[in-house]
Design a protein around this ligand. Structure first.
Ligand SMILES: Nc1ncnc2c1ncn2[C@@H]1O[C@H](COP(=O)(O)OP(=O)(O)OP(=O)(O)O)[C@@H](O)[C@H]1O
Ligand SMILES: [Mg+2]
Length: 250
């Protein structure tokens, strides 16, 4: 569904992504783990078009381009996201729940959720997605008219994920959803991520909490200073000595 092929991203002279290649298949939870500064957020921002890749390609296979190839065309594996602006990528069903939540502090919880659906016009669908989000996050339902900025950290995290879901994404990019949360809430957030996936949303999950991320994911990639150094089955990575030593504190 999503393919990164040797993606290089720079901030001025800083070479942040040094040829990152990864794939996310439809229906999967794939996790990208790595330490501070490895390039995890940069990877998500490059996919969503917030930053442009300097070279390499990013493909999204979506229902809109399926089966449209004609005889004689060179068949690409999807739409080239790296040639699009962030708002165009968002319209293709790629939704990012950013690091540090970035909710609208002065808007109410309900208005924050509605912002997630700004590009949609299907009122019935928006209503049913709102109901689904409030079912996933009952805490938000109790706080619908409260300004987003007055929510606790964990509640803001729920709001950020809920807002992303309101765009009815085909792929959800989650940037450290467990950051700063109490252990009990961390478990809850990962349970909800599993549920969102079970309901049909493909997920690329960035995490420093490698243990929890690998437990919920199907597959994983380990990023170190802009390079993918390891990849594979989540269960396999969990038992990999290199991963255990560097990321699981074992
Ligand atoms: N706006 C920027 N300008 C310059 N350098 C940047 C910028 N954003 C990130 N970087 C650099 O790019 C590298 C990758 O940063 P990135 O934020 O992607 O890491 P990360 O894996 O998300 O880390 P963390 O776990 O701390 O969030 C780092 O060396 C960082 O200093
Ligand atoms: Mg980050």
């Amino acid at each position: 569904m999503l393919i990164l092929d040797s993606v290089h991203t720079f901030y001025g002279h800083i070479h942040a992504l040094k040829g990152v290649s990864l794939t996310v298949n439809k229906g999967e939870i794939v996790t990208l783990i790595g330490s501070n500064g490895a390039g995890k957020t940069t990877t998500l921002n490059t996919i969503s078009g917030v930053i442009s890749a300097q070279s390499g390609a990013i493909y999204l296979e979506s229902s809109q381009n399926g089966g449209s190839e004609r005889a004689g065309d060179v068949q690409e594996p999807g739409i080239r996201l790296d040639r699009l602006h962030a708002h165009e990528v968002a319209r293709l069903g790629v939704s990012q729940s950013p690091e540090g939540r970035k909710i609208f502090a002065r808007l109410s919880v309900k208005e924050n959720l509605a912002m997630g659906a700004f590009a949609r016009t299907d009122a019935d669908g928006i209503r049913s997605d709102m109901a689904r989000v409030l079912e996933l996050f009952p805490r938000l339902e109790e706080r619908l008219s409260q300004p987003g900025g007055t929510l606790s950290g964990g509640e803001q995290q729920m709001l950020a994920i809920g807002r992303s879901l309101m765009s009815r994404p085909s792929i959800l990019l989650l940037d450290e959803p467990s950051m700063g949360l109490a252990p009990l809430l961390v478990q809850q957030i990962f349970q909800i991520i599993r549920e969102i996936n079970a309901q049909g949303t493909t997920i690329l999950l960035v995490e420093q909490n490698a243990q929890a991320a690998l437990q919920v994911a199907h597959r994983g990639y380990v990023l170190e200073t802009g390079h993918i150094v390891l990849s594979g089955d989540a269960q396999h990575l969990l038992s990999d000595p290199q991963v255990a030593e560097a990321y699981l504190g074992i």
